[in-house]
Design a protein around this ligand. Structure first.
Ligand code: NDP
Length: 318
């Protein structure tokens, strides 16, 4: 029987690329959770997705109601089969917004789409995963959520959730930011990525032992060619890939990024929980630093390229 994989945002970029890799592997049935089913149909047709092993389902992460509806539909679809993988991939990037845009639920858009809705989705899907012999939840993070790399710390603003004062107050209109400070679109995006990575660690600590689910986060590499950067000024879109390729060496094509994510989803070596996977084929400068205090560095880099877990929680099962 095929393993059931849920991926959010399969109609574009990394989500589309990892779906292609999963469908090539033939062991998986992919449920593509997308906000625009019509677009998904067109993309699936153009990319030649095998519809025997791909099921698109509607999910608008900008609405909690939609997350709940999707979860019910997913539960019905799976019947008595477990969900084996959940990949929280969809995101929006709105660095140039001067004012926050609010969702129907009253949260800033990037916050809800990238983070809050994935948090809810994960809590809904986890109970469907416990019967799987190899359940994995993978959060797509970013070095921008990490303040010790070129993409994260070198480019301001820096992700910083401070004491989470905004979140504690509900993070609802007019409070946009999780730290409760003034709105900054670029920082918001980075904060959501940091929050996803921290949540992955927290889920590992609280639920790995009792559920057997492996929780991890990854940085796929900078995929400067995906539409994620659509809100950036044209000169940025033109030169950023070149900058990433020649200056930082961190550039990665969409296909390659999809293959990397596929490895974390598929590879028997990637069943470890509580880790942040980093690709060691590229520069690793500073990436060995733990995400938060209490972490330890494992699996020192090596040439040749491949995933390595660079951050691991104290309580990780070895
Ligand atoms: P894309 O913009 O190509 O893909 C984002 C996907 O999210 C799209 O499929 C989009 O749907 C979907 N999406 C957006 N809003 C919603 C919503 N409200 N409900 C459901 N789905 C939604 O970007 P990438 O492929 O580059 O990004 C994928 C992931 O990789 C993101 O988590 C991003 O943060 C991360 N990442 C990207 C990097 C990069 O360099 N590009 C670097 C590091 C991390 P639609 O197709 O309808 O637009």
């Amino acid at each position: 029987d095929k393993k059931l994989v849920v991926v959010t945002g399969t109609s574009s970029g990394l989500g589309k690329a990892v779906t292609k890799a999963l469908l090539r592997a033939k062991d998986y049935h992919v449920i593509g959770a997308v906000r625009d089913l019509e677009k998904m149909d067109v993309v699936a047709e153009l990319e030649g997705f095998d519809l025997e092993r791909f099921t698109p389902m509607h999910l608008d992460l900008a609405s909690f109601e939609s997350v709940k509806k999707f979860s019910k539909e997913l539960d019905k679809f799976r019947g008595d089969r477990p969900i084996d993988r959940l990949v929280c991939n969809a995101a929006v990037y709105q660095p140039t917004l001067a004012y926050p845009k609010w969702t129907v639920d009253g949260h800033e858009q990037q916050l809800q789409i990238n983070y809050l809705a994935h948090f809810l989705l994960t809590s809904k899907v986890m109970p469907m995963m416990t019967d799987s012999s190899d359940a994995r939840v993978v959060m797509i993070g970013s070095v921008t959520g990490n303040d010790n790399t070129v993409g994260g710390g070198g480019v301001y603003p820096i992700a910083d959730l401070k004491e989470l004062d905004g979140l504690e107050l509900g993070c609802k209109k007019p409070i946009a930011m999780m730290d409760g400070y003034n709105f900054n679109g670029a920082k918001m995006y980075k904060d959501t990525k940091l929050a996803l990575m921290m949540t992955s660690n927290m889920l590992h600590e609280r639920f790995h032992r009792s559920t057997g689910i492996a929780f991890s986060s990854i940085y796929p590499g900078c995929i400067a060619e995906t539409p994620l950067f659509r809100e950036k000024r044209p000169w940025f879109r033109k030169y950023f890939p070149i900058f990433m390729k020649y200056i930082t060496g961190g550039f990665v094509g969409e296909e390659e990024a999809g293959t990397r994510l596929f490895q974390v989803v598929h590879d028997p070596k990637c069943t470890k929980s509580g880790v942040y996977w980093s690709w060691n084929g590229g520069p690793r400068e500073g990436r060995g630093d733990a995400l938060e205090k209490g972490g330890q560095i494992v699996g020192a880099g090596g040439a040749g390229g491949g995933w390595e877990s660079i951050y691991e929680n104290d309580q990780s099962d070895k």
